[in-house]
Design a binder for this molecule. Structure first.
Ligand code: MN
Length: 715
């Protein structure tokens, strides 16, 4: 095997840096870090025979590909200096400053572990990686680049070490890169790992790809020419790329029982257009010309993946009947797809790139929160690492809330895991779950793409049995800690929570509500002794939060039968207690949306359900009606609406409908098409902010000559 020696000079690297870092001070800092690394690594050589400095230079080259900031680049240059050279923390800090030194120290801590037994080593190794990341995600990004270059030069190591590094890369580093959305690093790490773990498979796939390359390239080029013509005809500015699958992803599909020639997205292309709206437009144009393969359309624009990935995917029968996988996205989405969280470096509007990177990691990436949850749980190092590796980083499934938010769960997760993942309190008060609109048992094993709606009741509590049902370790611990608390403590906690929510709702300051004077008044009135007792009586339902508040703050009288509904954001997701302890549910027979004429119906034990006034289910109902109205300063709550579109043709217009929805800002939840004798009927469910928006959508649709009629559904 011939090996590329990866020789590279600092001058070459700095040219790459200058592609996106221009100010002289930063460039000088990078040069200063280089000089320090150069002098400290002097006389050291890698196993591959090169001068050691070639390694950090290559690491920085990788980092420039994801536009890493200057501190990260400096840390990349110096990442092995504290570990392998005669250089102290203080000395480095003196020369390059505290920020870079701290990053280098973080990377060093990860690499510095030498334990006797393999297992102990791994446990500590993984734990350090995870801790390092929670302090500053840049530490992990340097580590990923370091590992990638080491994998590229893995041939120089003995077989045993090759296997060990390759396994580590596949078990933890590639999944980390995946969850951070850094696709570039992830797929190369996987391919390299496969090459050392299963060389026969790797070279077999590589060879087959090679053999078919000419034919595939020809097809893609022809297809691109055709698509180009369509887009140019419609005056859409675009950029188009052919795309090749990674060897590892093909290996995965072969592993799932697919045959090589059945892997239909081997022919793949990507189209970049300026706006989201154009993405849908292009999709419509492509579907108009090429027949789409059923169930292969994915809208990751409306529903981004948990690692922030956004794109439209479709597979169509293209040139010569070959199947093509086509991705359509904007240039911004493309950067996120390649660089994930690291794309925060590329945006000029983020003044403090490092802070915005860390914030995005903490807020936008669910796996990160899961890791933090686990680290708060006082698990043994081994349990912690096993949970992170097996439940958080690997074997994930993705389910949806009814509103379309993606929830990331471990394989084998149940509706209880789902509920706790939304919020601990949702988990603790859950009474049941609807999976894809049917009632599911609590131990139901969720599958990819299930839509889960959690039903709660605020007076309900978890069952001890749940510990044996749930999958994720963090949830098990939450349930255990619930039972470790006494009932009294629990009610106090809930009472405090309910009271604070009520205060917030009435815009009263929470912190000084219980000053000694108020506290005395309330205790006297309710004949109680302490603040805890007040909370307890609210928590166990003896006193309503508002009646406690009313002792201090008189409220204007409100007519009892006229409730103003606050359509809280969470209502679309989960049934929660509404205003004044009244639970409010949107009825799913007629699905009223904001602006519809509505009426409330008092159910037995499930609060008030809100119907459209015209709902035919109301005929049977008696005097349990209450007057209700929409909260006029409602925010951006989205309401589910169902309707049928009757068309006069058998042609498929799904893409067109989706595109129109996008134009008016409606998010499509699902479309089913049913062929009838006189045309196709589309059963559409979507989320709208108001009746007005829904009507605007209808107006756009009815303009189309292929549409005969639209009717809102009532079940
Ligand atoms: Mn290194």
């Amino acid at each position: 095997m011939a090996h590329n020696k990866d020789t590279i000079t600092f001058e070459e690297v700095i040219e790459l840096v200058k592609n996106y870092i221009h100010d002289t001070e930063s460039l000088e800092h990078i040069e200063r870090a280089y000089q320090l690394a150069l002098s400290k690594h002097k006389g050291q050589y890698r196993k591959s025979g090169e001068a050691y400095i070639i390694h950090p230079l290559n690491v920085v080259k990788i980092l420039t590909e994801i536009h890493a900031d200057k501190e990260t680049l400096e840390a990349g240059l110096l990442h092995d200096v504290l570990e392998d050279c005669d250089c102290t923390y203080e000395e480095m800090e003196e020369i390059v400053g505290p920020v870079v030194t701290k990053l280098v120290d973080g990377v060093t801590k990860i690499s510095k572990l030498h334990f006797s037994t393999e297992n102990e080593y791994l446990v500590e190794y993984y734990k350090k990686i995870i801790v390092g990341m929670s302090e500053d995600v840049r530490v992990i990004i340097v580590k990923l680049a370091d590992r990638l270059h080491n994998m590229r030069t893995l041939w120089a190591l003995p077989h045993e070490k090759q296997v060990k590094k390759a396994n580590e890369s596949l078990e933890i580093l590639a999944p980390l890169a995946h969850h951070l959305g850094i696709h570039k690093l992830k797929s190369e790490l996987e391919d390299l790992a496969l090459r050392y773990l299963k060389p026969e498979v790797f070279y077999d796939i590589a060879e087959r790809l090679n053999k078919t390359k000419l034919e595939r390239d020809r097809c893609v080029a022809l297809m691109m020419d055709e698509v180009k013509e369509i887009l140019t005809e419609h005056n859409i500015a675009f950029e188009m790329k052919g795309r090749s699958k990674s060897i590892y992803s093909i290996y995965n599909k072969l592993n799932k029982g697919k045959k090589f020639n059945e892997i239909y997205d081997l022919l793949a292309m990507r189209i970049l257009v300026d706006t989201t709206q154009e993405c849908y437009l292009v999709l419509g144009l492509i579907h108009a010309k090429y027949r789409p393969m059923p169930r292969r359309f994915k809208d990751y624009i409306a529903m981004p993946k948990p690692n922030m990935y956004q794109s439209l995917h479709t597979t169509v029968f293209g040139i010569d009947g070959y199947l093509f996988e086509i991705q359509i996205r904007t240039p911004e989405m493309d950067v996120i797809a390649e660089n994930g969280v690291a794309s925060h470096w590329s945006y000029k509007e983020h003044k403090d790139g490092a802070a915005s990177l860390q914030t995005a990691t903490e807020q936008k990436l669910q796996f990160f929160k899961s890791i933090i949850d686990l680290s708060n749980d006082k698990l043994s190092s081994e349990d912690f690492v096993n949970s992170v590796r097996d439940e958080v980083l690997n074997n994930n499934i993705y389910c949806f809330t009814p509103k379309g938010d993606v929830i990331e769960l471990p394989l084998g997760a149940t509706p209880i895991d789902f509920a706790y993942k939304i919020h601990t309190q949702v988990g603790e008060t859950m009474v049941g779950a609807l999976v894809n609109n049917s009632v599911a048992p609590l131990d139901y094993e969720l599958k990819d793409n299930d839509i889960v709606k959690i039903l709660t009741n605020k007076s309900s509590t978890p069952s001890k049995e749940w510990v044996n049902i749930v999958k994720s370790t963090a949830v098990k611990n939450k349930i255990r800690s619930f039972f470790a608390k006494s009932e009294r403590e629990l009610y106090i906690e809930r009472g405090k929570d309910a009271l604070e929510r009520a205060l917030r709702k009435r815009k009263l300051p929470i912190h000084n509500f219980f000053n000694s004077e108020n506290l005395k008044k309330i205790c006297e009135k309710l004949k109680l002794e302490s603040l805890d007792e007040i909370y307890l009586e609210i928590g166990n339902g003896k006193n309503a939060p508002n009646s406690v508040i009313n002792i201090i703050e008189k409220e204007e009288e409100e007519p009892v039968m006229k409730k103003v509904l606050p359509p809280k954001e969470s209502d679309a997701d989960i049934i929660v207690s509404g205003l004044d302890m009244v639970k409010v549910n949107i009825a799913n027979c007629c699905n009223p949306v904001y602006g519809d004429d509505i009426i409330g119906y008092i159910t037995k034990g499930n609060g008030i359900s809100i119907h459209r006034c015209t709902c035919h289910n109301l005929d049977m109902l008696d005097n349990r009606m209450v007057e209700v109205s929409w909260n006029s300063n409602s925010n951006n709550t989205k309401y589910l609406s169902n309707f049928l579109i009757h068309s006069i043709t058998m042609d498929n217009y799904i893409a067109d409908i989706v595109q129109k929805a996008c134009m008016v800002g409606v998010s499509i939840d699902g479309i089913k098409n049913m062929y009838q004798t006189d045309g196709t009927c589309y059963d559409v469910s979507c989320y709208v902010t108001s009746k007005k928006q829904l009507e605007k959508f209808f107006a756009e649709l009815i303009k189309e000559p292929y549409i005969k009629e639209i009717e809102r559904l009532m079940r």
